[in-house]
Ligand binder design. Sequence first.
Ligand SMILES: C[S@@+](CC[C@H](N)C(=O)[O-])C[C@H]1O[C@@H](n2cnc3c(N)ncnc32)[C@H](O)[C@@H]1O
Length: 462
Amino acid sequence: MLNKAEVEKLKHQGANNVAALIANYNDTNSIEFILENLGRLPNNFNPDFLYKLLTHAHSSIRLNAVKNIGKLNEKANTNTLYSLYKNEQNSGVKREIVSAIGRQRKIANKAILFEFLNDDNPKIVCQAIRALLVFKNDNEIIEKLKLLANHQNEMVRTIIYKEFFLENSSADLQPQAQTYDFLKNIVINADTLEALKYAPSESVHLTFTSPPYYNAKDYSIYPSYKAYLEFLEKVFIQTHRITKEGRFLIVNTSPIIIPRVSRSHSSKRYAIPFDLHPYLIKNGWEFIDDIIWLKPEACVKNRIGGFMQHRKPLGYKPNSVTEYLMVYRKSTDKLLDWNMRNYSTKIVHESKVSDGYETSNVWRIDPSFDKVHSAVFPAELCKRVIQYYSYKGDLIFDPFGGSGTVAKTAKSLDRFFFLTEQNSKYFEYMKNKLKQQDLCDQSKTQFLTLDQFIEKSKNEPR
Ligand SMILES: C[S@@+](CC[C@H](N)C(=O)[O-])C[C@H]1O[C@@H](n2cnc3c(N)ncnc32)[C@H](O)[C@@H]1O
C-alpha cells in the first residue's frame, strides 16, 4: 500500500527507487501522490526521472514534476524548463516553471525572466516580478519593472506601485488600534460632507451606514439619480480618507422603486447597490463580500398581487425580500493579519465572536419599524456587523445616522461611535433615545452643531 513513510524511505535510498516506484504504479493518482510527498530532496538526489515526467500527458503530473525540480534550486536545468514553458499550454504548469527558474536566483536568467513579463497571464507576470525583485540592485531590472506601473492588469500594477511608488503616508498618524478622543461618542447635526471636512484622516475603524434611498423617502431629495450617486461618491471618498488602513466600509442599500406619476407611465426601478459599486471601487474601496439581508415576505410591500390575478408573462413582479450589505475594505497591500496584530491580546480575546454567529452570506433578520424614522435598520443587523468587523474600543462611523441605531449598538458592544445626521427632527429624536442609554453609562454622548464640532476639532489634542 502506497504511503507517505514509504515514499520518504525510498527517497533517501536513492532516486532510482522512487523512479521504480513510479514505474510500478503507472496510474496518475499514485504518481501524483508520490510526487506530492517527496518533500525536501536530499543533496545527492538524481532528478532524471522528474525531467522524464515533464512530457507526461497529465498536466497535474507535469506540474508536480516541475515543483520538485524547483526544489533543486540553482541545480535545476533552466534550458529544459524554458523549452517546456514555450510549449506548455497549462497555465498552472507555466507558472510553476517561472517559479522554479525564479528560485535559482541566477542573474544569468534575467533575459528569460524578462520574457515571462510579456506573458498574457497576469499570474505568470506576477510570478516573474517576484523572481526579478530578488535583484533590487540591478538598474536594468528596476527600470524594466517600473514600466509595469502602466500594465493593463490591476494586480500587476498594485505590486509595482507598492514596491516602487508607495510613500509611507501613515508615519505620523495615530496607531491602528487608537483614535482621537474628540471623535468618541459624538453626534453632529450637519450635512455629513460639511462635518467630514473637520474629521482627521485615518481616524475611523469601521463605517456601517444606510444612505438615503435616492428619492424614495422624502427626508432627502436629489435633482437626479446621477446627482444622488455623485453625492454618495463624495461621502465615500471622504469616508475612505478618514478610515484607517485596511479597515471596512459596509453599505446597506437595495434597489428601490419610484412609483409611476400616472397610469400612462411606468414606475422606475433603480439598482442602487449595483450603480454605487463602480464609484466605490474607483475610489480605493476593495470589494470584499455581498451579504444578503433576507426579510420575511409578510413584512414587505406586496408587488406580486397583480401577477397573481393575471398570470401574464412579462408582468411578473416578485416581492422584494432582500437588501444588500456590500462589504468593502480600504485598499491596502497589508493582510488582515496585520490589522489584527495591532490589537493587544486582551482586546483580541475580549472581542472574540461567540458561538451562534452567522455562517453564510444570507442573514435572516426581521425588519425594524420606528414611529419617528421611516428607514431604520434592525439592531440585530447592526450588532452582527459591528461584532464581525470591529474590535472593542474601535470607533464606528455612520454618516447617515438616522435614529442612531449604530450609536446605540456600538455603545452596547463597548465600541465608540461618531455619527452625522442632517435632519434636526431625527437628531433630536436620537438625542432623547441615546440620553436614556447614557443614564446608565459613564461615557456620555455629545450632541453637537457643526460649529461646536469645528471648535472641538481645533481645540482637542490630536
Ligand atoms: C436610511 S436613513 C438611516 C437610518 C439609520 N440607519 C437608522 O437605523 O436609523 C438615512 C439618513 O440619512 C440622513 N441624511 C440624508 N442626507 C444627509 C446628509 N447629507 N448628511 C447627513 N445625514 C443625511 C437622513 O436624514 C436619514 O435620517
